[in-house]
Design a protein around this ligand. Structure first.
Ligand code: GLA
Length: 737
């Protein structure tokens, strides 16, 4: 047993403290990472394999593990190689569960068995080198644990130190393991205009595959999972969760094996994958983040939200807190008001109205460039359309600045319309298989960003745009997925490299732009929420969750979104009613309060708003500004779910020092006169007094103006009896006295 935590004692007992978060016991060959309330333990087992041993609540400092023992095999059908939860198993030696790595050597050998070789201490964890039992194929597993949240970043570097090329056919970032048990799996699915559907199911033996084969993240599934012990619960119970930081084709396989143990393996999608590693070359996998909470799904998402703000989202200019992600400016966006019909005069008219509302940032959407009249032409030709803007963008930008707002612009850099000068000049620049049709979607093709010349073109035009114009923000769109993913510049055997090189070049363009224009903020949009993941979020300050701006649909989408992502990045516009998608009519107040649950924007044709609408929006934008940081960066509690036809829903956020809280309450459709349920709040300081102030709506008349946190949490907030009807909303703030 390890007693005193001194260097001398550590050395005597054979335990070497490697860094703040990691220890390695040289006797038992056990690695242990600690952070937040989490411990993650793995070791070199008696066979030389790297074996996962524990992932869960933080263990005592003096607790020790004996050397890892491989699991027993199961009769003559499942060997220990398959039953043992390996950290990163090569496909070989009769492995029947999902491999982390599968390769083919030029001599036809496809057997790969990785054993521990060495390890190195890093500042935040450990790098463990593994090697095939016979060939010079090396894999370095990287582990870095966040000391505050216990969220563990894992990835792998695959290196060919041999003299012949090796083809990597499958490469995961990491494999996570849970012991045999009864679990519920949560993941997010959807489609265009219907993203962020929370899907929950009991885990059964077999594999559940969540993936994108589209070349990009996709609307249909998001690279995030959460597994809860037992049934689903928002507030209690153990949850293990993970999010993959990759914006290309990806796959997460959640597998309950033949002995009921669970493994989650995720990384590059092995479908159509084939990465040739020449001698001396390396392949870096994306990072797969994993975390643990003992406080249900709510606890898991609160950890993830804070981690994203602190460690994933771009930190802009300045240092420390100064550079930390700020609450988003309240934006106006022109898309739903004008679509492609943008003109200098029309945009100025919108900007004047937006400024009168108290908007901070004016964003001109699609339509300003090339010969762009509709979605048939112009993509690729990034010059300002001279008919619409005869004097360039400057007069509009100057006007927006004079109105006290900053200026943002829409771009879709990775795309081209066949009807464009760029395509006429460079038809070979798109993803294609020579001689085969080039399938268009929205009349556009995907530029092959993996090509160095395409990468240079995209970086140059964006750099020029940002250098020549005073632009604070780019909405970076991506409106189709791949087809015919050929890259005919490379030999046939190497062309599948496009799945890695495209996304790496995207990241490198974004990194270079960040370097050259550090103040310019970015939104990731892909026809709504088609490119939201922890990879793009290292460069994007916010995302567009969905083209569906119906305020009622948005409540469910926003609910699902927050399982994986912070409201800080969740842009939500107020648009016109009746809504174009559902033909639903809702009040402006309801629309405002639906959007105020996230990062507020306005996307309606505000030139048509009457005085009363202008006044309502202005009042609520001002109220939002006062409490925005609490809403988007506070600890979020999903109090009542809007899913499954729920009559009511509610969310609450509490700021970091528990001095302020904001509550949103929504009625879908009152039935049988039922009143809004007594709402027990969460996360307040029970001993502090809080004053309740209405942002919109009334509490029961005898509700105390000031009461303790204990009162609000135990007794709860009762709404006034008039709070009934269809599509109703209310909001309150609580401030510590
Ligand atoms: C995508 C975006 C929209 C808008 C249009 C413009 O659909 O999601 O918000 O920018 O493109 O063409």
């Amino acid at each position: 047993m390890m007693k005193a935590f001194t260097w001398a004692a550590l050395l005597v007992t054979g335990v070497v403290a490697m860094a703040q978060t990691a220890t390695f016991d040289t006797t038992t060959k056990v690695f242990r990472l600690n952070g937040g309330n989490v411990s993650y333990v793995f070791g070199v087992n008696e066979r030389g394999e790297l074996q996962q041993m524990y992932w869960g609540g933080r263990l005592g400092a003096e607790d020790t593990f004996p050397q890892a023992k491989p699991m027993m095999g199961w009769a003559s059908f499942d060997s220990p190689y398959t039953t043992t939860p390996q950290e990163y198993a090569g496909w070989g030696a009769g492995l029947f569960v999902e491999p982390a790595l599968k390769v083919t050597f030029p001599d036809g050998n496809r057997d790969l068995v990785l054993h521990y070789a060495s390890h190195t201490v890093t500042a935040s964890g450990v790098d463990v080198v593994m090697k095939d039992i016979e060939r010079p194929l090396f894999v370095t597993l990287h582990y870095a644990m966040d000391p505050a949240s216990g969220i563990l970043a894992r990835s792998a570097t695959i290196e060919n130190r041999g003299t012949t090329a090796v083809t990597v056919e499958q490469a995961a970032a990491a494999a996570w393991a849970l012991p045999a048990g009864h679990y519920t799996l949560n993941y997010l699915t959807g489609r265009w205009a219907g993203e962020w559907t929370l899907t929950q199911e009991t885990l059964h033996p077999g594999a559940r595959v969540i993936e994108s084969r589209r070349g990009t993240t996709g609307h249909q599934a998001n690279p995030w999972f959460a597994i809860q012990a037992g049934g689903p619960s928002e507030d209690s119970g153990e949850v293990w969760f993970g999010a993959l930081a990759w914006s290309g084709s990806w796959r997460i396989t959640v597998e309950q094996d033949q002995l009921d143990a669970v493994r989650v393996t995720g990384g590059f999608n092995p479908f159509d994958f084939g990465y040739v590693l020449h001698p001396g070359e390396k392949l870096e996998t994306p990072v797969f983040y994993g975390g643990y909470s003992a406080h249900g799904m709510g606890g898991a998402s609160r950890l993830l939200h804070h981690f994203e703000i602190a460690h994933i989202l771009p930190h802009r200019i300045g240092t420390g807190e100064d550079a930390a992600p700020k609450p988003r400016p309240v934006i106006y966006n022109s898309w739903e008001a004008t679509e492609f019909n943008v003109t200098e005069a029309g945009q100025i008219a919108l900007a004047e109205r937006a400024a009168a509302l108290g908007v901070d940032r004016f964003v001109m959407d699609d339509g300003w460039f090339g010969q762009r009249k509709d979605d048939h032409a112009g993509l690729g030709d990034w010059y300002v359309n001279p008919q619409k803007f005869p004097h360039g963008l400057k007069p509009l930008i100057d006007k927006v600045h004079a109105l006290g707002m900053d200026f943002g612009l829409w771009v879709e850099p990775e795309m081209v319309n066949p009807n464009s000068d760029l395509y006429r000049k460079h038809p070979d620049w798109v993803l294609n298989f020579p001689g085969r049709p080039r399938t268009e979607q929205r009349n556009q093709l995907v530029l092959n960003l993996a090509r160095p010349d395409v990468k240079e073109y995209v970086l140059d035009f964006l750099d020029k745009l940002l250098t020549e114009n005073d632009i604070a923000f780019l909405k970076w769109d991506y409106n189709r997925n791949w087809s015919e993913p050929g890259w005919d510049q490379l030999p046939p055997a190497e062309q599948k490299k496009v799945y890695v090189a495209f996304t790496e070049n995207l990241y490198s363009i974004l990194a270079e732009l960040h370097k050259r224009h550090p103040k310019v903020e970015l939104e990731s949009c892909s026809g709504g929420g088609g490119r939201v993941d922890l990879g793009i979020l290292r460069y994007a300050d916010e995302v567009w969750p969905s083209d569906n701006t119906d305020p009622f649909d948005r409540l469910s989408q926003q609910y699902g979104f927050t399982y994986a992502y912070t409201p800080q990045i969740m842009m939500a516009w107020v648009t016109d009613s009746p809504h174009w998608l559902n033909k639903r009519s809702t009040s402006l107040t309801y629309r405002m309060l639906s959007s105020m649950e996230g990062s507020l924007g306005i996307g309606a044709d505000i030139t048509k708003w009457n005085n009363e609408e202008m006044a309502t929006a202005k009042r609520l934008i001002a109220a939002y500004h006062q409490v925005q940081r609490t809403i988007v960066q506070g600890a979020q509690y999903r109090l009542i779910s809007p899913l499954n036809g729920s009559e009511f829903s509610a969310t609450q956020t509490v700021n970091q020092d528990q001095s302020q809280s904001v509550v949103f309450l929504y009625i879908h459709s009152t039935q049988e006169g039922r009143l809004f349920p007594l709402l027990k709040l969460k996360g307040l300081d029970p001993k502090a007094d809080y004053a309740l102030t209405s942002i919109e709506g009334k509490a029961m008349p005898d509700t105390p103006a000031v009461a303790s946190g204990a009162w609000w949490m135990n007794h709860g907030l009762q709404m006034d009896g008039d709070f009934r009807g269809d599509f109703q909303a209310a909001a309150f703030r609580l401030d510590r006295k």
